[in-house]
Design a protein around this ligand. Structure first.
Ligand code: SF4
Ligand code: SF4
Length: 191
């Protein structure tokens, strides 16, 4: 694998994904709460190792590979180690926003199909409460709603392992750092 090229292609798709989800949030007005980072405190945030390769590659380029390997191998923190808490409880931000994986780009509002093949919106609880969303407005429309399954297919088209075997996010980042370190050790010209 050419890590640099892979990261570049995935970053391009990640940007399109973010544009799609955030423009939907803007067009509906269902934006995230200001300075909120509560979803990052959830220990169930997951990603595949391959999804974390752009983040691992950035860490490598910054010369921080060993620091992060140590941190990820020794920390017992269940939620994402990349998260930077703010001053008030529940406030915070992603410390590596440009490199965050797919789930982190879809937290707020996204669409999925129910058993009747209707489009149902999956909306963060805090956004639901803020906008009092409970009923019909939680049904999406085919042309407008960014669908998780569609974006998953686009990821899979770049590399099948992007959508296989999800791990807790800290484990996925550790796996990606080890992969980047191993690959670039044998292919230093691709660094
Ligand atoms: S990668 Fe960033 S957005 Fe995703 S859980 Fe970690 S801190 Fe939050
Ligand atoms: S998705 Fe919800 S918890 Fe996450 S930042 Fe937005 S409002 Fe906060």
């Amino acid at each position: 694998m050419n890590i640099k090229e892979f990261s570049y292609n995935l970053q391009k798709l990640y940007q399109e994904m973010s544009d799609s989800f955030s423009s939907y949030q803007s067009s509906t007005g269902w934006n995230c709460l200001a300075s909120c980072g509560k979803c990052c405190l959830n220990p169930e945030v997951d990603a595949s190792i391959f999804e974390m390769i752009p983040m691992a590659y950035s860490i490598y380029k910054e010369g921080k590979l060993d620091v992060w390997l140590e941190k990820l191998r020794t920390s017992e923190q269940a939620h994402c180690l990349v998260y930077e808490p703010g001053e008030k409880e529940g406030e915070g931000k992603c410390g590596r926003y440009q490199d965050r994986p797919s789930l982190c780009r879809m937290f707020g509002v996204s669409g999925h199909y129910n058993k009747q093949h209707e489009i149902i919106l999956s909306v963060c609880k805090l956004i639901k409460v803020k906008h009092d969303l409970n009923g019909e407005e939680l049904k999406g429309t085919k042309d407008l709603t960014p669908m998780m399954a569609d974006w998953s297919m686009k990821l899979g088209a770049i590399h099948p392992e992007l959508i296989q075997k999800k791990l807790p996010i800290n484990q996925a980042l550790l796996g990606a750092l080890e992969k980047v370190a191993f690959t670039l050790h044998y292919q230093p010209d691709n660094a």
